[in-house]
Write a protein that binds this ligand. Structure first.
Ligand code: ADP
Ligand code: MG
Length: 230
């Protein structure tokens, strides 16, 4: 369980987070949905520890390792794809897994052939896929994905989402997932949080209580569940 209490964050005069109280249970996929600029990335950056906050407390993060797919790919331009992957494994004290792990995840995102290429030789969507593979290879306790599938083809997106459902959706993991695509949200989430802002305010939390395997068939019913709030 991750608990956020009385959280505040401003940029100059802009109050992006203004006394936010919210908790997120473990072993669930939490989808953060809301208009551009409402404060979604700010919230997940604070959770991931890549951004400071002004006031408040976050409980449940001690000793947790974070896998982060940033909104932008953040690959090292001077390193090959393979080296970019290796870098997180080494910094994440997982040396022993090495090359095999890298190859496994690059295959998942269909980029094994490109492992000796440099980021500038890849398209935006391909770089995004590398950053997804990199986050998976690191295998943190918390997976944070900020609009990870933007611009990806449906087929590869589905493979990645199915992988998350199969391999990540267990143990004590917590998955945060920001998207503007309600179809993705309905396929992957256990809970959808509809926010507005700034300041970031929860408008509605929707429990998607249909087993993942039945979601394709329940699409229309699911869509009706959220339509009133978006
Ligand atoms: P979202 O991810 O929901 O689109 P963000 O959390 O990125 O929104 O941003 C929320 C608001 O905070 C926006 O108005 C944005 O311009 C502002 N903001 C975000 N990061 C910074 C920053 N580092 N410096 C100044 N303003 C920022
Ligand atoms: Mg954002």
């Amino acid at each position: 369980m991750l608990e956020i209490s009385n959280l505040y964050k401003s940029f100059g005069n802009l109050k992006v987070i203004d006394n936010l109280n919210i908790s997120f249970s473990s072993n669930k996929i939490h989808c953060i949905f809301g208009p551009s600029g409402c404060g979604k990335s700010t919230l997940v950056n604070i959770i991931a520890g890549t951004m400071d906050y002004d006031k408040g407390s976050i409980n449940g993060m001690v000793g947790k390792r974070i896998s982060y797919v940033f909104q932008e790919d953040r690959l090292l331009p001077w390193a090959t794809i393979d080296e970019n992957m290796m870098f997180v494994l080494e910094s994440g004290f997982e040396k022993s897994r090495g090359q095999q792990t890298i190859d496994k995840y690059l295959s998942l995102v269909d980029l094994l052939k490109f492992k000796n290429h440099y980021p500038e030789e890849l398209s935006g969507g391909m770089k995004q896929r590398v950053s997804i593979a990199r986050a998976f290879a690191f295998r943190g306790d918390i997976l944070v994905m900020d609009e990870p599938f933007k611009g990806l083809h449906l087929e590869i997106k589905k493979d990645i989402m199915d992988y998350i459902l199969k391999e990540w959706n267990k143990d004590d993991k917590i998955i945060f997932f920001i998207t503007h695509d309600m179809e993705e949200a309905l396929y992957l989430s256990d809970y959808i949080y509809i926010f507005n802002g700034p300041p970031l305010k929860l408008k509605r939390k929707i429990d998607i209580d249909i087993p993942h395997l039945e979601r394709e068939e329940s699409k229309v019913k699911l869509r009706a569940k959220v339509n009133d709030y978006i």
